[in-house]
Design a protein around this ligand. Structure first.
Ligand SMILES: Cc1cc2nc3c(=O)[nH]c(=O)nc-3n(C[C@H](O)[C@H](O)[C@H](O)COP(=O)(O)OP(=O)(O)OC[C@H]3O[C@@H](n4cnc5c(N)ncnc54)[C@H](O)[C@@H]3O)c2cc1C
Length: 409
């Protein structure tokens, strides 16, 4: 079964069965990549897996007290939960966070070039409550982290918070009708309610690379960026990399943001790629302050609901035409749900699920054809571009990093 289209149409001929086979093959590689038994060895080989953003030696007395609600995790989920509890009049909300500050993944990830890839005007929560204006549509990570800190301060979540504190256990006391939450600092905090907002992406994913523990160069994970070694900060200036050869393992959404920054400063950058990701132009732009200030009360919720309506359109249904957000996710959703006419043969009689999959494949083929058109090395073009269905964005002006890419593994 294949679909061939004239150039300028869906841009490539493709066989849905072949694409499906390839996606399953890549998915299998991800599933089997890290046998859990060997993970500890690799982790011990990587410096600064703990928190490199705090001064060493922090100590405090253990707490023995009672609060109304404990929130585990100081990321966006925990902060929004805490903020709404405070808005609803709950007096004592205690956030417990193992990192040294608020933000969750935005606390841990400070690699150069870090930005959100969803429209910041909806991604950064409660902008109206806090009074934050994101400076760009896809704004930098340090701004998101600062906004998270402001959220904590606006809703008085910071004072009672326990930072650099990991929750180790929770025990429900039937008689007292309370939880007892214990931590790695010896706390025993009692609370009627506990909200778990501990996320999924806060632990570095260390690849199983044979010999990693014997490597004598400097190794760190991008979610624990070592600026003492590279120099600079999220906004660039990695001057200490001058003259150095750097290898990057992985090419997903984080790597495609920091690789262009590495390439500006290092003597040589080698990128090792197992499964390529989809890369779309970011089309970033600065926020127009007049536009931002002219938004009526409730604008952020309206924008968020529009985003959800488009991105959660069920398979086989047409997404709403009105797209206020117009970001990478809504564009991809619309593209993935709007069957192009040339697919009518394939789609006739297909059930909605299969139809949605084929339409999604077609959208991916179109994006991949765009990626292939900027890869200069023709021998690598095809293998670099058949990829997974998750997307990441790069600035439309970025130098195609694939020019420096080593052969896919
Ligand atoms: C680099 C990066 C960029 C991203 N960009 C986007 C984007 O642009 N758009 C988008 O939609 N999504 C993005 N995401 C996904 C992101 O995970 C979510 O958008 C969101 O920030 C998750 O928030 P969270 O609070 O649920 O989890 P987290 O941010 O993971 O926060 C959970 C917190 O819980 C803490 N914690 C965990 N266990 C314990 C414990 N036992 N005790 C105490 N504390 C604990 C962790 O330290 C962490 O700070 C990105 C993810 C990453 C890693």
């Amino acid at each position: 079964m294949s679909s061939s289209t004239p150039s300028g149409g869906m841009s490539a001929s493709f066989d849905p069965e072949e694409i499906r086979r390839k996606y399953l093959e890549e998915s299998e590689k991800r599933r089997t990549a890290r046998p859990p038994a060997r993970r500890a060895v690799a982790e011990s080989a990587v410096a600064s897996v703990e928190d490199p953003f705090v001064a060493p030696g922090f100590e405090r007395e253990p707490l023995r007290d009672e609060v109304d609600v404990v929130v585990v995790g100081g990321g966006i989920t925990g902060l929004v939960t805490g903020a709404h509890l405070r808005k609803a009049g709950v007096p004592l909300v205690r956030m417990i966070e193992k990192g040294g500050g608020f933000g969750g993944v935005w606390y841990w990830n400070r690699y150069p070039g870090i930005r959100c890839d969803i429209d910041a005007y909806i991604y950064m929560p409660m902008l109206e409550d806090v009074g934050t204006m994101p400076s760009e549509k896809y704004t930098m990570g340090d701004e998101i982290r600062a906004h998270c800190q402001s959220l904590a301060e606006t809703f008085d979540l910071d004072e009672a918070a326990c930072l650099q504190t990991r929750v180790t256990a929770m025990r429900w006391d039937e008689e007292a009708d309370l939880w007892t939450v214990t931590t790695d600092r010896g706390d025993e905090i009692r609370a009627r309610f506990v909200c778990l907002a501990s996320g999924a992406l806060d632990n570095p994913s260390i690849p199983e690379v044979a010999g990693l523990d014997q490597f004598e160069g400097h190794v760190f994970h991008s979610s624990r960026w070592d600026y003492a070694y590279t120099g600079g900060n999220e906004r660039g200036g990695l001057t200490k990399l001058a003259g150095k050869r750097v290898a990057v393992v992985g090419t997903a959404a984080s790597a495609i943001q920091y690789i262009p920054e590495l390439a500006k400063y290092a003597r040589q950058v080698t990128v090792v790629q197992r499964t390529p990701v989809v890369v779309m132009p970011r089309n970033n732009k600065p926020t127009d302050p007049d536009w931002f200030r002219s938004q009526p009360p409730g604008w952020q919720m309206e924008r968020t609901e529009n985003f959800s309506a488009i991105t959660q359109t069920p398979p086989g249904e047409a997404p709403p035409e009105h797209d206020i957000v117009n970001d990478s996710a809504t564009s991809l959703s619309k593209m993935s749900r709007t069957p192009p006419p040339e697919l009518s043969d394939l789609l006739t009689g297909a059930d909605p699920g299969t139809g949605a999959l084929i339409t999604n494949y077609a959208a991916m083929e179109k994006i991949q054809a765009g990626m292939a058109s900027i890869i200069n090395d023709r021998t690598r073009r095809k293998s670099s571009c058949r990829t997974t269905t998750w997307a990441a964005t790069v600035p439309s002006s970025a130098t195609p990093t694939s020019r420096r890419t080593t052969a896919p593994t």
